[in-house]
Design a protein around this ligand. Structure first.
Ligand code: ZN
Length: 169
């Protein structure tokens, strides 16, 4: 089958498809087409790989006294629509260290979805004989941790060294 889409148009459609800016009808049309079209299929695979290489993680890990500390690179709202929610879970679950500190100093807002994600990180780590602590939550985030009782499971620290030492108790 020879593709009827002009190369320049193909590029544009694929870029829009990958950035999720096609409407649902156009997505359906494109998906129906590229699966049977070698040219579009190949081009999509290449573009996907490039996009994945460009995507920078929202997180950064560092080691501190044998404990893994996860930091946010920029100010982040951990709310239901944030893509960082899923990323956070993946970051914590897909690494082998079970003694983890999440630095919350750059989390400007959190909602039930964000708290839920912290809890699933907590459950995973505890199940694997580890623990989760948080560092420097804002007053607002701390208030929510306390109100929901999560603060008693996931203790907060203002000092990184103190948080690290708490794992030895
Ligand atoms: Zn095609």
């Amino acid at each position: 089958m020879v593709c009827k889409i002009e190369p320049i148009e193909r590029e544009a459609v694929i870029a829009k498809y990958l950035s999720r800016s096609l409407d649902s009808e156009a997505v359906e049309e494109f998906e129906g087409h590229y699966l049977g079209c070698d040219e579009c299929f190949d081009e999509l695979r290449v573009s996907e790989r490039l996009a994945a290489d460009l995507r920078v993680s929202s997180f950064e890990w560092k080691q501190s006294g044998g404990v893994s500390v996860l930091q946010f690179r920029v100010n982040t709202e951990l709310t239901h629509s944030a893509q960082e929610l899923e990323e956070l879970r993946r970051e914590v679950l897909e690494q082998s260290d079970t003694r983890v500190i999440i630095d919350l100093s750059r989390v400007t807002r959190i909602d039930s979805a964000g708290l839920g994600q912290l809890m699933s990180c907590y459950s995973h780590l505890v199940k694997n004989r580890g623990a989760l602590k948080v560092l420097n939550p804002t007053a607002e985030v701390q208030k929510l941790l306390d109100m929901t009782g999560i603060g008693t499971l996931i203790p907060s620290f203002e000092d990184e060294g103190e948080a690290v030492r708490s794992f030895r108790n």
